[in-house]
Design a protein around this ligand. Structure first.
Ligand SMILES: Nc1ncnc2c1ncn2[C@@H]1O[C@H](COP(=O)(O)OP(=O)(O)OP(=O)(O)O)[C@@H](O)[C@H]1O
Length: 364
């Protein structure tokens, strides 16, 4: 599954563009501020209904315009259109009909976005890493979204009861029982997918030259104590949870922990090694999803700014074995092309686009 055609209008500094994308690598190069990242942002909007750079649609709509539109035609035959209005609201359509949810978009167009934020995954809070696991489970296990929603409803109810101040034990019992049932389903699905993710990540790392990366241990932490059931943990922490006003154990606290020789991985690995670890994990996510759903499209923002030439080449090889299509950006044309040229067809024949002051021209 690939994106065959991408049309944008009034999207940041891009007044309008109508792009026919190639099946392998699509390379967008140009000076700082020319609009390269905006192209990736537009694709992200097709796959989720929102930008990855700002929560407010207003900042993405071209200054002075009333609306932005993005339209994409997928190789699977689906057409997706997103419109956002300065006044608020807008619409998302799949084959002319209103989309039911952003998860419907995500399922049509699985995306892996690699940018400077992705490389900070090891340093940030658990939510960042949990989202990576959730993305993978969502695409692999069809029942996951419903299980997660069921869990979140029960969690919200328990938190609302905790915040009432006066504890109603019978009500808490009811919601905790539901919470535990949903939590177990979420945990089982995450655990199953994590095992595949771990195996794929370890295989990729094993192919790298010897370095401390080979000693990285990745663990799934389910969000509550190992020696207790969630029901026991919730009961034991009721008073503390009441004081805090929220539930402090459960799948909403799950994490992926990376360590080397018992130390946090970020305390041992160099910045470049950490980035390769993230690249391996992202590639592994794509491979797991490709096996049971469909290979994702990779959006890679300015890789030459993140990795040296050799590591860019390794990552390009990984991606070519895992992706449906790639959109990459960079400032210099040849430097950005370089890692892809040693690959087989179609990856070694990028479709090249020059971006200049919001105008995008295809090079022959
Ligand atoms: N709402 C908007 N309306 C018009 N222009 C905007 C709007 N938001 C941002 N811009 C401008 O659009 C351009 C967007 O640039 P973008 O981040 O896509 O560039 P880039 O080529 O990826 O740059 P860099 O190499 O610096 O990361 C910038 O020049 C920015 O100032």
């Amino acid at each position: 599954m690939a994106l065959n055609r991408l049309m944008l209008s009034q999207f940041r500094n891009i007044h309008s563009a109508d792009l026919t994308l190639g099946e392998g690598v699509n390379l967008f190069y140009g000076a700082n501020g020319s609009g390269k990242t905006s192209v990736l942002e537009a694709v992200h909007m097709l796959a989720s209904g929102r930008s990855f750079r700002s929560r407010q649609h207003q900042s993405v709509i071209q200054r002075g315009s009333e609306r932005l539109t993005v339209f994409g035609r997928l190789s699977t035959g689906f057409a997706v259109g997103v419109e956002r209005l300065t006044a608020g609201g807008g619409q998302v359509r799949i084959n002319q009909s209103p989309a039911e949810s952003s998860s419907q978009l995500a399922s049509l167009l699985p995306l892996q976005l690699i940018n400077s934020d992705s490389f900070a995954a090891l340093e940030g809070g658990p939510a960042v890493r949990r989202r990576l696991l959730d993305w993978t489970v969502f695409h692999v296990e069809h029942s996951y979204l419903e299980a997660l929603k069921g869990y979140q409803i029960a969690l919200r109810q328990r938190n609302a009861l905790l915040r009432r101040g006066k504890i109603d034990h019978s009500q808490l019992d009811i919601w905790e029982r539901r919470l535990v049932v949903q939590a177990d389903i979420v945990d089982q699905l995450r655990r199953r997918v994590f095992a595949d993710l771990l195996a794929q990540t370890e295989t990729l790392i094993a192919g790298l030259p010897a370095s401390p990366l080979a000693d990285v241990v990745i663990r799934y932490r389910r969000g509550w104590r190992q020696e207790a059931t969630l029901g026991e943990s919730l009961l034991a922490s009721r008073d503390n949870d009441l004081a805090q006003g929220h539930t402090r154990a459960g799948p909403h606290r799950a994490d992926l922990a990376f360590s080397v020789a018992g130390q946090p991985a970020q305390a041992i690995l160099s910045r470049g090694q950490q980035k390769m670890l993230v690249c391996a994990l992202r590639t592994a996510m794509a491979r797991v999803v490709a096996q049971s759903h469909r290979p994702p499209v990779f959006l890679i923002d300015d890789l030459p700014a993140e990795l040296d030439a050799e590591h860019q080449r390794v990552f390009a090889h990984w991606v070519a074995d895992s992706a449906a299509q790639v959109l990459v950006t960079g400032i210099e044309r040849d430097v950005t092309c370089q890692p892809w040229l040693t690959l087989g067809s179609p990856w070694n024949q990028p479709s090249v686009f020059h971006v200049e002051h919001g105008r995008i021209s295809a090079e022959s």
